[in-house]
Design a protein around this ligand. Structure first.
Ligand SMILES: [Zn+2]
Length: 102
């Protein structure tokens, strides 16, 4: 399926990784271990940690809100806000669809 990844989404995902990397580091994980866990390079983790220190020292809060998508339910037309770009139906229609498949 085609995946929509806007810059805004990428930015939020990166900030989530920064927060996670900083938390892991505080818990005593090595940079290498964090890199292996997240599947990114050691350099990326060091950059994340630098950015995190910068945000702490500058007082700028990292934005860790979940990305949301505004969609119109493909079945009933209700306007919905969802956390996954793949969700195209409201919860009511989703439940009905599951029921119909049994
Ligand atoms: Zn619906």
């Amino acid at each position: 399926m085609f995946e929509v990844r806007t810059n805004a989404v990428r930015k939020i995902e990166r900030q989530k990784r920064i927060v996670e990397a900083a938390a892991d580091r505080k818990n005593g994980m090595t940079v290498n271990a964090i890199a292996a866990k997240m599947g990114v390079s050691r350099n990326a983790i060091e950059k994340y940690l630098r950015d995190e220190r910068l945000s702490v020292s500058s007082g700028i809060k990292l934005d860790t809100r979940k990305a949301t998508y505004h969609r119109t339910c493909l079945n009933c037309g209700t306007k919905i806000r969802v956390e996954s770009p793949y969700r195209r139906c409201c919860s009511v229609c989703n439940t009905n669809a599951r029921g119909a498949m049994v």
